[in-house]
Ligand binder design. Structure first.
Ligand SMILES: *Cc1c(COP(=O)(O)O)cnc(C)c1O
Length: 457
């Protein structure tokens, strides 16, 4: 990309001049300059200087089938030529949209056969808030309008999605939390478990949901929302026994269970959905990211029979987006599902690649003095960096240890994400063993350099 290389400085300058970046400190960016990603193929991206970088984050937790799939470009191109846009409002839709809905019904867990379409995870979750309140009204229980989420939960960036989530820094930016939203602590055994066994802690953490429901009054609680594994919160996978208990509590109190599959869906944990991995049956299941592997924006919400019946038969549904069920996004999403299926990416993740990924990372985590805990499941992982892992001393929030480690890794050709003092990995499902070895080598070298810089041996 000789053209681009000579233009990197100019592009950085223009970026600085015109852009407002999401989740970014503008002053720091101004000094450092943006990383400009110009090309992708398989598990790799190339920056505008031509450096090849292994993408350990699958873009933003989404490029499950890897970059550079001509097949998706071809599908998008022919759909655009045939019909670039039509909407789902006022009793219309398109063949591409219908075809995707049918396909989703085939792969989603039993009982989830009706879908509402939007363009992002945030819109999906925002829609859930509106549609759930509407649902309870049609059921004759209009007082059921409170939502419970979890601390460090992430459900998107719109006002309602931020309220469902439990990200304090995001809430501090705007309106805090809307009035009808409540939270329980995250089920992180390493941080909150004390002397309890993981199983004992699972019971305790799930019981916090029941306590909250009782405190708010079950007759007022509309829904509980949680990710199968908390992603943006730092890859917090719950201890064994947590999910069945959560499901039991929701059923007991007639609180709808919303399982946010935006990251865990579409093969990440070695099942099509995280709900299947944890053997729970959601009432409502939002999905996005892996639905199209990020090739185009699209999201969907699956509803069970009880709710979808009410939404379909409960009068005019005064909700929707211009691009709900956009035909080009739908065609691309279906082609993405075809690829996941044809290339056996779900069983491959479960039986072959995720076990290798975890084995290799576990070896690093066990050996390295900087790493206190390896967590996650499947192709979703985090290493908790510790100031002193023997005495379980965490770094201070003011110590940017994970960010320093991330910058080192980037220089060496690997993208991972820093969340607090943890390093997070979420590679494409198509990653090979050889690429995992490369990821591991760079990770280990970056941890070494970071440990040295922080005086840890
Ligand atoms: C990314 C994410 C969202 C928000 O999706 P956007 O497309 O960024 O709006 C919602 N839920 C989870 C679990 C996510 O990881």
């Amino acid at each position: 990309m000789p053209d681009l290389q000579t233009r990197t400085a100019e592009l950085r300058q223009l970026d600085d001049q015109y852009n407002i970046h999401p989740f970014c400190d503008g002053k720091e960016l101004h000094e450092r300059g943006a990383t400009i990603i110009a090309k992708g193929s398989g598990s790799y991206v190339w920056d505008s200087d031509g450096n090849r970088i292994l993408d350990g984050m699958a873009g933003l937790w989404c490029v499950n089938i890897g970059y550079g799939r001509d097949e998706l470009a071809d599908v998008a191109s022919s759909q655009m030529r045939e019909l670039p846009f039509y909407n789902m409002f006022f009793q219309s839709t398109t063949p591409a949209q219908i075809s995707l809905a049918k396909r989703l019904a085939e792969i989603t867990p039993e009982g989830l056969n009706h879908f509402f379409f939007a363009n992002s995870g945030s819109e999906a979750n925002d829609s859930i808030v509106r549609l759930v309140v509407h649902f309870w009204k049609t059921e004759g229980q209009p007082e059921k309008r409170l939502f419970i989420g979890r601390n460090l939960g992430y459900h998107g960036s719109t006002l309602a999605a931020v309220s469902l989530g439990g990200m304090k820094a995001m809430q501090a930016l705007g309106h805090e939390v809307l009035p009808d939203f409540h939270h329980i602590p995250e089920p992180h055994h390493y941080v909150r478990g004390g002397d309890l066994s993981p199983e004992e802690f699972a019971k305790k953490a799930a019981a916090e949901l029941e306590t909250k429901i009782v405190e708010l009054g079950a007759k007022n609680v509309a829904a509980f929302i949680a990710e199968p594994i908390q992603g943006a919160g730092g890859v917090i996978d719950p201890p064994p026994g947590y999910w069945p208990e959560i499901q039991r509590i929701c059923r007991k109190h007639d609180v709808l269970l919303v399982v946010d599959e935006v990251i865990c869906g579409f093969g990440r944990l070695g099942e099509w959905f995280g709900s299947q991995y944890y053997d729970v049956t959601p009432d409502i299941m939002p999905m996005a990211k892996g639905l199209s592997s990020g090739y185009l924006p699209i999201s969907a919400v699956a509803f069970n029979e009880r709710i979808s019946e009410a939404l379909r038969m409960g009068g005019t549904l005064t909700h929707g987006f211009t691009y709900s069920g956009h035909p080009v996004s739908c065609a691309v999403a279906e082609a993405n599902i075809d690829i996941i299926e044809r290339e056996n990416l779900v069983p491959r993740t479960r039986e072959e690649i995720a076990p290798y990924f975890r084995k290799v990372l576990q070896q690093i985590a066990d050996a390295h003095p900087l790493v206190g805990e390896l967590r996650g499941q499947g192709l979703l992982a985090a290493m908790q960096l510790m100031k002193d892992r023997d005495s379980k001393t965490f770094f201070e929030p003011s110590e940017p240890v994970a960010i320093d480690c991330r910058e080192t890794a980037l220089q060496k050709g690997l993208i991972f994400r820093a969340v607090g003092s943890a390093m997070v990995l979420c590679p494409p499902l198509v990653i090979t063993r050889q690429e995992i070895d490369e990821l591991a080598d760079i990770t280990a070298a970056s941890l070494d350099a970071t440990a040295k810089a922080y005086g840890i041996a």
